[in-house]
Design a protein around this ligand. Sequence first.
Ligand code: PLP
Length: 381
Amino acid sequence: MSTVYFDHNSTSALKKEVLETMFPFMTSQHGNPTSRHVFGRNARDAVEIARVQIANAIGAQASQVIFTSSGTEANNFAVNGIASQLAHGQILTSAIEHPCVTRPALAMQARGWRAHGIHVNADCKLDMHHLHNMLAAPTNLVSVMLANNETGVLQDVAQIAELTREHKAYMHTDAVQALGKIPVSFEDLGVHAMTISSHKIGGPLGVGALVLDKRVDIYPLLHGGGQEKGLRSGTENVVAIVGFGAACELAIKNLSHFAKHTESLRKRLEAGLQEMKAMIFGINAKRLPNTSFFAFENIEGETLVTALDKAGFAVASGSACSSDSTEPSHVLLAMGIDPDVARGAVRVSFGVENTMSQVEAFLKSLAQEVNRLKQMTAIAA
Ligand code: PLP
């Protein structure tokens, strides 16, 4: 039995077309981009072509794209690098950020910074009133994600960036989950810095980027040979960068199909979930088309995920893309969801290759597993 993959927000398979563009750089085209000979020049050209492909996909200029090893690295770079160039002040992050934003912000506290979370409401939307109040204290950096990895809920980043700029603070957004699923424009969002990652869009693992307004002074992430304008030294991961560029180009070409197709799958899924009396988180807010986050009363998310895995469906429980922690999702807790309900959370995230018949089969298995687990709970009680 082959398992159906419904966990695309965790990572998505490398696309065949992307692999084909990478292949020569794994074999015959093995130059170091800093070398002056033809191999080096070819590698440099490939990196710069990828930089343009990525910039075109996100409404940015190629010179604003700084390659990193991951979205995690880019988020750490944004928080540490921007804060390090400023006098001690305040960093605000939304309460639902990925830990690779909140933890570096909290770590800055040891260096004299104040780090605070901005509340969200029950729909997972940023509490603008709270942000307003928090900005009354001198603030240097605000970081709010474009799309949440668990609920898929979208934030009004352009509006948040405008407010942040009025308060003379820098604005960063984590667009890792948004890229390839909804239109993303660095320019239109009006942010100073934005994080993206390759493996969420059918590109290879091990490469991401920080997109940075040239006027922002940022402390280098790695010192060394001066690659990436001296901001992140180290020989470029040419193979992965080439793949990231190709994946971006492909994702933008397929964006409207992705959105239409995955949204139709989600609609069917959620109609079935509602019949089964599941609670669907963030359902009243604008969300990513492919993401559904839900729970059943008195059923542990971990237990359901394991049962579904045995039944042939790969789905995630809350916070699955950050660690193997069994704590309830911090996103749901921030939304005011009861911890016992939050422990039941399960996330389905579709990719373009998923089909309606897979969703129908999933709903059948889910109903069986939910009934079985409910009976077990009733016997134990
Ligand atoms: N930000 C968000 C919203 C994510 O969902 C993830 C991945 O799980 C990351 C950042 C980290 O990206 P990467 O896996 O490239 O380190």
